[in-house]
Write a protein that binds this ligand. Sequence first.
Ligand code: ADP
Ligand code: MG
Length: 695
Amino acid sequence: MLVSYLKGVGPKKAEILKAECNITTIEELLHFFPRKYVDYSQATRIADIKREGATVSLVGKITQFELYSPNGAKRQRLSALLKDATGVIELTWFQNCHWVLEKFKDGDEVVILGKTQLFNNRYQITHPEIEKVSDEDSELSQLKIIPFYASSAKLKKWNLDSRGFRKIIREALKNYLSLIEENLTPAICQKYQLIPKKEAIGAIHFPSSFVQLQAAQKRLKFEELFFFECLMAKRKWVVQSQHQSRPFAKIGHYFNTFYYHHLPFELTNAQKRVIREIRHDVAKTTQMNRLVQGDVGSGKTIVAVMAMLMAVDNGFQAALLAPTEILAEQHWKNVHRLLSPLGLQVDMLTGGMRKSLKKRVLEDTEQGKTHILIGTHALLEDTVRFHNLGLTIIDEQHKFGVLQRSKLWKKNDFFPHNLSMTATPIPRSLALTLYGDLDVSRMDELPPGRKPVKTIVKTEAHRLEINGMIQRELEKGHQVYVVYPLVEESEKLDLIAVEQGYALMQRQFPNYRVGIVHGKMKPEAKEFEMHRFATGQTHILVATTVIEVGVDVPNATLMVIEHAERFGLSQLHQLRGRVGRGGEQAYAILVASEKVGYEGKQRLLAMASTNDGFKIAEYDLKLRGPGDFLGTRQSGLPEFKLTNLATDGSILLLAQQAAFELIKNDPQLALPEHQMLKKFLMNYVNQHHLEDLLA
Ligand code: ADP
Ligand code: MG
């Protein structure tokens, strides 16, 4: 039913709700959950504020409004003081100043919610959520726990601040709660101790206690995860019951010759274990779907090579897919060097290749002359036909997203076994969610003799010292990366920064050659610069994150990362994995801007304190949430409204268990008692555009 049926929601408000929150129906409004809750009785006393970056709720009187334009700027700024019995704190607004002035008078008692900041040695709060606690507002004084809703300037203009939302949601709950249908079976609710849906919807908006709120959250988070996990379970079931693969029955000549005569080093225990796991999978008639997670430098390539040899030994071709041309080429060189002594034909296919060469490779691949084909997305094109593809390997698989995984499978009348590899160590909870349909191997050991990269946090003020370190490494004959962030919104400025950095390095180190690579360069120019650095013709490479993935230059021992606070932690970890690939001690210098705040500093120090990619990933996920962590678009994850994958691991496990059990017992959801689940699952798939997951 449309929201405009609600008392208090006219056509204009309905329009705004649609535009700003994507809410058109009353059911959707009831699924617009509070962002935060404040318990009056638990408010912080102003005198107890001891830390920057803490989220606090305060109750007090607001006074001394002051509207001004700093330094004659056009933008106005509003400040006010909040007083309680213990102290005073300043509140500041850069936006919505007039809304605040209209709503609140000097002396009003208010409750606010916000993050503390330290400014000129005094705490202040910018853009707090603010609410009046006046006696006319009978609702607020009745509520112990106040829900706060995400609002925006536009919403506020139409009185849809937290208070406005509370009003219409209360109305919806009173008259339209019957619209909410139960979508889990009694059996599941009972087994996992979940309260009914209607009750949960009521309590998530207006909980009478935190215990009740928790029960509501558990129920709704469970549901959010359950339907997604059902899809994962279904995918796994489809693979196991319908994806027939050819078993690699034997370990043969190529594998053994390589293993006993050409292996360039002793395998680590982790490598041996993963190879055994793969061996076990590919011997079966059902498709292998295995993900190898291993930190940068843990030696995944050789594992891929051994797996490909298993395919070749049994008369099959293998394909290796890499996310960039640089990486594809590097893999090709490596694998070619390792395997041509065995008389195997290893070919490469990329978009930028010469036509004649491409034609030759396509022909050889189709005729089966090519044993191993390595390439970029170009491998996915329809023109690429294999003679008998037995194994696909996807490197840095998170760069491809969930949906592309299956593309390569469709190149056969049977399903090739699939091995995915990733160097972004994904926290357990996220791996379970995202790859619930895969078996996961962890390579949690680095090859011996590797010296961990020493990571140092510096600010701009230490420029001389940083240059000194660069000089020292160069004098030792080593090479240096200088990395700049490049994000889309401020692309132009970022580009200028990279170019300035390049000019600066040339001036600072006139006796050395400096190269530059960034995403705006033509692919050939990029390749050219990368090649010059990789072969030691340039000594310093000024770059954006294009170098992030997989590039191997063992002589590079120092990486300076500018504006380090703007990178995600996992990204920083990937970046610094580019150095320390030879035997020498390597360094990463994280250069933070002077203005970086408390949290930013903590993040960088966390980076410096550990080299364990899994730990960093957990921390990163906690800070940024899964969307940012993986990049929402490519992650293939639906957005979870309530669930935080970093902290809701236990609910995730329950939901996963319930989903896999359900699909195991009734894969087609054919039983009468599962019809309702089936309906909701289909709705869920449509709503989140996940049709491809079922293909
Ligand atoms: P990644 O897991 O990041 O893909 P690579 O496969 O590129 O790592 O391996 C990183 C480096 O470590 C390569 O130079 C590789 O030759 C080397 N390497 C891999 N395994 C071992 C090992 N068991 N002993 C010594 N060096 C190894
Ligand atoms: Mg690799």
